[in-house]
Design a protein around this ligand. Structure first.
Ligand SMILES: Nc1ncnc2c1ncn2[C@@H]1O[C@H](COP(=O)(O)OP(=O)(O)O)[C@@H](O)[C@H]1O
Ligand SMILES: [Mg+2]
Length: 225
């Protein structure tokens, strides 16, 4: 496994424009995520966690400062390079699961491979088995519990062997026991796959699993431990 940062942000600024007003969502944020690490971003709603995760996932670009993801300076590279980076190297887990409703568990987990023009039925079935959903492989998201939906999303996030997984409040729609089980599963899988995980949460128990915790307030880093 390679070492060194897979995500490196240096003095990043990101603004949103709302009406005539500018919202400074991130202000001079510097952080790094090394290969194989689990890092948590914590802080109250609106502090900039999702904005930071979108930069780490190369879904968005910074207004100021630099963001390197797997060695690419995402403010500078062309959009098609970002698309390839996201397809090959990034996995995402969301609070509201974001499964495709008209696809089965198996089809949802296949999606990242299919988007990259690949097929690997054994890999897909193996991961579905590891998240404990072999008996649900042919089911649709509406037929699953919240925990089962999020386990499907975890398998989907890892199927293409990403270097970086970002998880935005992945336990936010789950009860605490189900949420803890999902985090345990996500952590176990990303370790065995050698991926780094950047996790946004406002649950201190979830953050406790992290190698490092960055605390944000009003878009600024106010603590790191
Ligand atoms: N698309 C957007 N347009 C305008 N303001 C936004 C947008 N997305 C986020 N914001 C604002 O940016 C700040 C940071 O938001 P966000 O990163 O979503 O925080 P968190 O994930 O910690 O709740 C908040 O003030 C929020 O209202
Ligand atoms: Mg958020």
């Amino acid at each position: 496994m390679s070492t060194g940062p897979v995500v490196e942000m240096v003095e990043v600024g990101r603004d949103y424009h709302r009406g005539g007003e500018v919202v400074h969502a991130l202000v001079e944020l510097s952080l790094s995520l090394d290969a194989g690490e689990l890092v948590a971003l914590v802080g109250p709603s609106g502090c900039g966690k999702s904005t930071a995760l979108n930069l780490a996932a190369a879904v968005d670009r910074p207004d100021r400062g630099s963001v390197r993801v797997c060695g690419l300076d995402i403010a500078r590279v062309a959009e098609d390079e970002l698309v390839t980076l996201r397809r090959r190297r990034i996995g995402m887990v969301f609070q509201a699961f974001h499964l495709v409703p008209h696809l089965t568990v198996e089809e949802n987990v296949t999606l990242p491979l299919a988007l990259d023009g690949r097929r690997d039925a054994d890999r897909v079935r193996g991961l579905i088995d590891r998240v404990g959903l072999a008996h649900r492989a042919g089911h649709y998201p509406s037929e699953l519990s919240g925990g089962e939906q999020q386990r499907t999303a975890v398998a989907r996030a890892l199927v293409h062997q990403p270097r970086v997984v970002v998880a935005d409040e992945p336990t936010g729609n789950l009860d605490s026991r189900t949420g803890a089980a999902v985090i345990e599963l996500l952590d176990e899988l990303r370790r065995s796959e050698g991926a780094a995980l950047l996790l946004a949460t406002h649950d201190a128990k979830v953050a406790a699993a992290a190698d490092r915790i960055y605390e944000l307030a009003d878009g600024r880093l106010v603590g790191c431990g």
